[in-house]
Design a protein around this ligand. Structure first.
Ligand SMILES: C[S@@+](CC[C@H](N)C(=O)[O-])C[C@H]1O[C@@H](n2cnc3c(N)ncnc32)[C@H](O)[C@@H]1O
Length: 253
């Protein structure tokens, strides 16, 4: 199985946990991302590329985008009708050239050790790109604390996650360099801070337990073990700061 197939299957199995936690913080980050769109959004045709549950497309629609198509490898992540959605791979998009005015790739290009092939494909179908990723230097203590609790309870990250993580989260300048290599004439990246609104111990655990490399494993635990795990995780993150994310925003055209 390739890392992409592994990630697709994991997101498929994680969609319930994702909607219960990470979706809320990604929705906030999508709002901030949408404010940086490099094209006029009124009436724009937008591809939400690696859409997950479609929060980026929704944020762009609220700012005036007319036709938003969500594409993802994982069918159960995709937004439900009447949203327009397609299952597909970012490196082989099922769309004709110049089908869209803008491609939005919210936290999806970081699933590639080399983001140039998907960026090249996105440029084929849309003249402009708006993408986000975690700033490489960003960290929140809840991540390590919950990972420790998970490991003590027997969780081991799946292989696809280790592969993706090896080169994940390129810095802003790296992302802009990748975009130029993919053929965009202008590429600019900046780091912005986003208050996600995920502040309580329960929120922080919802965030970590809903991630694709964790949610299927947590979901498969017997109820008693799952309750004990959550209690241990919430205790471990009590008193931690709110979840404020340093997010790279790339614009290219
Ligand atoms: C971190 S989630 C972000 C989802 C969404 N964009 C958001 O901001 O909430 C990454 C998404 O990228 C999708 N993805 C990963 N690799 C992909 C690929 N090769 N082609 C299409 N989608 C992919 C995953 O299935 C997942 O839904």
């Amino acid at each position: 199985m390739t890392p992409a197939e592994g990630a697709g299957e994991a997101y498929d199995a994680a969609s319930t946990g994702w909607r219960a936690g990470p979706e809320r913080m990604y929705a906030r980050m999508a709002e901030v991302m949408a404010a940086h769109a490099p094209v006029a959004l009124a009436g724009a045709r937008v591809l939400d590329a690696g859409a997950g549950t479609g929060v980026a497309g929704e944020a762009l629609r609220r700012r005036g985008a007319r036709c938003v198509v969500a594409l993802d490898l994982a069918p159960t992540m995709l937004p439900r009708p009447p949203a327009l959605a397609a299952v597909g791979d970012l490196t082989r998009l099922p769309f004709a050239a110049a089908s869209f005015d803008l491609a939005a790739a919210a936290f999806s290009l970081n699933h590639f050790t080399d983001p140039v092939p998907p960026m090249t494909e996105l440029r084929r179908v849309a003249g402009a790109l708006l993408a986000t990723a975690y700033a490489p230097e960003w960290a929140h203590p809840a991540k390590e604390a919950v990972d420790d609790v998970l490991a003590r309870h027997g969780h081991r990250p799946p292989e696809w996650y280790a592969v993706v993580r090896a080169d994940a989260n390129p810095g802003g300048e790296d992302l802009a360099t990748f975009a130029r290599a993919a053929g965009y004439g202008e590429a600019r990246a900046e780091v912005v801070e986003v208050s996600t609104g995920m502040n309580t111990p329960a929120d922080l655990v919802d965030w970590r337990f809903g991630m694709a490399h964790v949610a299927p494993w947590v979901g498969a635990l017997p109820t008693g073990e799952r309750v004990a795990l959550r209690r241990a995780a919430e205790t471990a993150v009590t008193g931690m700061p709110p979840l404020v994310v340093a997010m790279v925003v790339l614009t290219a055209r």
